[in-house]
Design a protein around this ligand. Structure first.
Ligand code: AMP
Ligand code: ZN
Length: 664
């Protein structure tokens, strides 16, 4: 077999495994075996850039950055749907359409997925572009981001039309959404409110590698083309499945509105067992010929109707409002409820978000309230049942002092949350910071868990993360549940953390708003903690992707005497507070201020390496050519449209060798 054949065979195999895993939910090989094959392909592709293929399964990890999403006109307008809420509404609709078409009408019933609408265009079996709904006529081209969603096929199988659009919904399953929120809470950021907004926000992220990390899915339900190789909506769903799309299996045919209602009633409760949010049913006239006869109103097809589920609600008594203090000092009010069953689970607590929310609902202890549950971990209170309010309930006064340390709370202009400013002395803040420091993505200290941290603090053995490095085996053995062996592991784990690289230490410090990505950017830019400490807010915002909020937070962190002392101590213990010499040796400022676009395939280095070289030397990599592009590095098979664009804008096109010369 030639190398090219080998590459193609691996690509095909991996595509099939992706399809089995992400579309059919039925993997036939282990993740490990998949990884081995992927690595094998990656190695071959790196060694043989001449076989570059933009649709290779290795390119699902993203990396391209889009500054401005381009507006694209849809080939077929994306309509909205008319809504119905009752049996009568549906029967009226049926009466109306029966006057307009002859013969019996069958319906396809589908679930209405609550996400971001998406239109994918395929040409000759490969994904050409992915466009948001926008105003229905025009949307934003978000192809680079959508390509990272593994259930979107980049190449199709079978007898697909030459060119067609397929419509669907990008959704974020509850599991992934909840996990993302756990991470946000951990970082001291406000959690996302619901999966739908988070899904549509994800599509507009500039950095596609960030999108790749989000567990988005694309569920498809409708095909548009000048000529389609089937006659009904239901057959269309089957076809789309054959071609490789993830088409939900819940669709059913119904011969009458009564059968439609059976479907609605079934899913009204059953939908709570689905992994993602649905807010209704979409009923579609099955026959495409009949659809055409019915046509469209100014806004929606006459041949389809949405039926909205009523949100699952329960009413119960609010016993008490309590307040939690997070690692960053943020206060979260919590409603403690009389336990009530809601969508199959017992609910005892609900989030009240902040003081404004409490004021807006005018919610008082003793009130009867309505609780609603999406798939989020914490249900929400949507309203107070004023008809049940007992006489004489007093208005809720938001707490003015920290429930843990009694310090007066503060609330910054423009922020929703109250904070306990007692950074140095408030127990949940002290414990939370150390727990963050040792967490997996931070210092990843083996042998030490969150509960032990609390125990160590409560026993006065530590008060900040620098103290960790002073702990001895003899000190921890007397603690609950600590044997000799586990005490030794704990101390060894702490010792090992001295090797964790600077960027992760920076994240571990727990500076508000400094997540993993920001920590990496700061580490790369400043290289040492000392340089970062010296940086002013103005310096910081000049760094790419660092906004004012982050800059202020960093500056504030380092104005604290205590933090500076802790950092000095960490340095003394041997924790990595600068980029390692080895990493530094490969970095220069030679390309600072220059922006590069890379196009084509290269001989001496792979595209990934090339991009890394640009960044390591201080340059920026961009996905598309604009007036701001300094150079286009062109390899073999550079895209002709890129060449025309570069030439028309007068952007110099340089070769791989010329580029390597620049940094040598
Ligand atoms: P609306 O935005 O309320 O007018 O509802 C129309 C939207 O419902 C469409 O733009 C789609 O994004 C979405 N939708 C979700 N599931 C389906 C489905 N099975 N069929 C058609 N549209 C759907
Ligand atoms: Zn406090």
């Amino acid at each position: 077999m030639t190398t090219e054949e080998k590459i193609n065979r691996l690509r095909q195999e991996l595509r099939e495994h992706n399809y089995n895993y992400y579309v059919l939910d039925n993997p036939v090989i282990s993740d490990y075996e998949f990884d081995i094959k992927l690595k094998e392909l990656q190695a071959l592709e790196e060694a043989h850039p001449e076989f570059y293929d933009p649709n290779s399964p290795t390119l699902r990890v993203g990396g391209e950055v889009t500054k401005n999403f381009q507006t694209v006109t849809h080939d077929f307008r994306m309509y909205s749907l008319d809504n119905s809420y009752s049996k009568e509404d549906l029967e009226d609709w049926e009466k109306r359409i029966k006057k307009l078409v002859d013969g019996p009408i069958e319906y396809t019933c589908e679930l209405k997925y609550d996400g971001a609408s998406m239109s994918l265009t395929y040409e000759n079996g490969t994904l050409l572009r992915a466009v948001t709904r926008g105003d229905g006529f025009q949307g934003d081209d978000v192809t680079t981001n959508v390509k990272t969603i593994k259930s979107v096929p980049l190449k199709l199988n079978g007898d697909y039309p030459d060119r067609f659009d397929i419509r669907g919904e990008i959704v974020l399953p509850f599991e992934g959404f909840n996990k993302m929120n756990e991470e946000r809470i951990e970082l001291g950021e406000e959690p996302y409110r619901n999966p739908r907004n988070t899904a549509s926000g994800s599509l507009k992220l500039q950095d596609s590698s960030e999108v790749a990390k989000r567990p988005l899915e694309c569920l498809l339900y409708s095909l548009k083309a000048n000529r389609l190789p089937f006659e009904t909506q239901y057959e269309g769903l089957d076809k789309a499945r054959d071609w490789g799309f993830k088409v939900p299996k819940e669709a059913r045919l119904a011969k009458s509105i009564d059968e439609v209602l059976e479907y609605v009633n079934y899913w009204d409760t059953e939908r709570h067992n689905l992994p993602y949010e649905t807010d209704g049913v979409v009923v579609k006239v099955n026959n495409l010929q009949q659809q055409e006869e019915l046509g469209y109103t100014a806004k929606a097809p006459r041949w389809a109707m949405a039926y909205k589920f009523k949100a699952e609600q329960a009413s119960t008594v609010l016993n008490q409002i309590t307040y939690q203090v997070g690692r960053t000092g943020a206060i979260t009010p919590v409603a403690n409820l009389e336990p009530v069953e809601l969508a199959g689970t017992i609910v005892k607590r609900a989030s009240l978000h902040n003081a404004d929310q409490i004021a807006k609902l005018d919610i008082r202890e003793g009130d009867t309230v309505f609780v609603e549950k999406g798939g989020e971990i914490i249900p929400k209170i949507t309203a107070v049942d004023l008809s049940k309010r007992p006489a004489g309930l007093s208005m809720t006064n938001y707490i003015t002092h920290c429930p843990e340390c009694n310090t007066t709370l503060v609330r910054k202009e423009g922020e929703a949350q109250h904070y306990c400013p007692n950074y140095e002395g408030c127990p949940p803040q002290i414990i939370g910071r150390i727990q963050h420091y040792i967490s997996r993505k931070a210092m990843d200290i083996e042998g030490l868990g969150g509960e032990t941290v609390a125990l160590l603090v409560e026993n006065g053995l530590i008060n900040n993360y620098a103290d960790l490095y002073t702990i001895t085996v003899d000190q921890v053995i007397p603690l609950e549940r600590m044997a000799q062996k586990s005490a030794e592991n704990l101390v060894a784990g702490i010792e090992a953390s001295k090797k964790i690289p600077f960027e992760r230490v920076l994240y571990a410090l727990g500076i508000r708003y400094v997540g993993e990505t920001v920590a990496k950017k700061l580490a790369k830019h400043y290289k040492t903690i000392h340089a970062l400490i010296e940086a002013s807010a103005e310096d910081l915002v000049a760094v790419e992707e660092i906004g004012e909020k982050i800059a202020e937070s960093v500056v504030q962190f380092f104005t604290s005497e205590e933090n500076n002392l802790i950092i000095e101590r960490l340095k003394g213990y041997g924790v990595q507070l600068e980029i390692s010499a080895e990493k530094l040796a490969n970095q220069t400022d030679k390309l600072v201020g220059s922006s590069f676009v890379v196009s084509g395939v290269f001989e001496k280095v792979s595209r990934t390496e090339l991009k890394k070289l640009i960044e390591d030397n201080g340059g920026k990599v961009s996905g598309s050519i604009s007036g701001k592009t300094s150079y286009v590095v062109a390899g073999d098979k550079m895209g002709p449209s890129k060449r025309v664009k570069a030439e028309s804008l007068g952007v110099p096109i340089i070769s791989e060798d010329e580029f390597l010369e620049m940094i040598s």
